[in-house]
Design a protein around this ligand. Structure first.
Ligand SMILES: Cc1cc2nc3c(=O)[nH]c(=O)nc-3n(C[C@H](O)[C@H](O)[C@H](O)COP(=O)(O)O)c2cc1C
Length: 241
């Protein structure tokens, strides 16, 4: 930035010279603050204050094309996850891809048997606690403020991912099935397949690492999340950088 000397002080040449020095200083300070705010790093769960968190809008446009993403899809080796934070914007997009609304209030990114609402819930296990993804208003509800990443799988590397997404059955919803009454468990497994593939694809598009993990500690998770006796964790997805 060019500056000239006026009254013994630096005065930017792009501001009119008739402006008093005190006003010039205030204008510079205001511009500096604006630039600082514009460069502010992405919000993350660890910096969000509220217990329940309204997620920022997911990325629903742009990015690489579906075939480019399919060529990239792979499981990141468990030992490759770094300590780098996943932003709330990135998490928002991955959760939306996994089971967000994509048309009206009854259309989701993944297909649901008999058009029911999602009968698998996604819990986000992060460094600051456990949160339930609420697809209806794209928000997170706090379930616990404990970091349980190290307790939910026999595979120790799971704790390395910034987030672990837990996929938990919701049998209350499957009681609404009319034709597929005896198929609830099959439908739950199919849905987790669709959801986790969407997580893989969204992660590939965002240059995040993801890995499907089937070996989860059901008892620990049921206890920590206080889920009903009929429900169970199906799998988890590691999500990180
Ligand atoms: C049903 C299923 C269960 C899996 N369980 C585990 C697991 O418990 N632990 C693990 O590290 N990876 C697990 N994976 C990831 C696979 O090991 C991985 O997908 C496989 O090595 C192929 O690699 P790719 O996904 O990069 O193609 C599982 C994958 C699937 C589909």
């Amino acid at each position: 930035m060019k500056a000239s000397s006026r009254h013994g002080r630096l005065h930017p040449t792009w501001l009119p010279s008739w402006l008093p020095t005190w006003l010039t200083s205030w204008l510079c300070l205001a511009l500096f603050l604006l630039a600082f705010l514009a460069l502010e790093p992405s919000v993350t769960l660890s910096s969000a204050l509220a217990d329940d968190i309204k997620l920022p809008p997911p990325l629903t446009d742009g990015g690489p094309g579906i075939f480019t993403v399919l060529k990239k899809r792979s499981s990141a080796p468990g030992g490759d996850f770094s300590a780098a934070e996943v932003s709330l914007e990135e998490l928002s997009t991955v959760l939306w891809a996994a089971s967000g609304l994509n048309r009206s209030q009854t259309g989701w990114t993944v297909p649901m048997a008999e058009g029911l609402e999602p009968y698998v819930k996604i819990y986000v296990v992060g460094p600051n606690g456990v949160f339930l993804y609420q697809w209806a208003d794209h928000s997170l509800s706090e379930i616990s403020n404990k970091n349980i990443k190290a307790e939910i799988s026999d595979q120790a590397f799971v704790r390395r991912a910034w987030y672990n997404l837990l996929f938990i059955s919701d049998k209350e919803v499957t009681t609404k099935l009319e034709h597929g009454k005896g198929l609830a468990d099959n439908y739950i497994q199919v849905l987790v397949g669709a959801m986790t593939q969407d997580v893989y694809l969204a992660a590939a598009a965002l240059n995040l690492g993801a890995r499907y993990i089937h070996s989860v500690k059901a008892d620990v998770i049921k206890d920590a999340l206080k889920i009903g006796p009929d429900d169970y964790p199906v799998a988890l997805m590691m999500l990180g950088k």
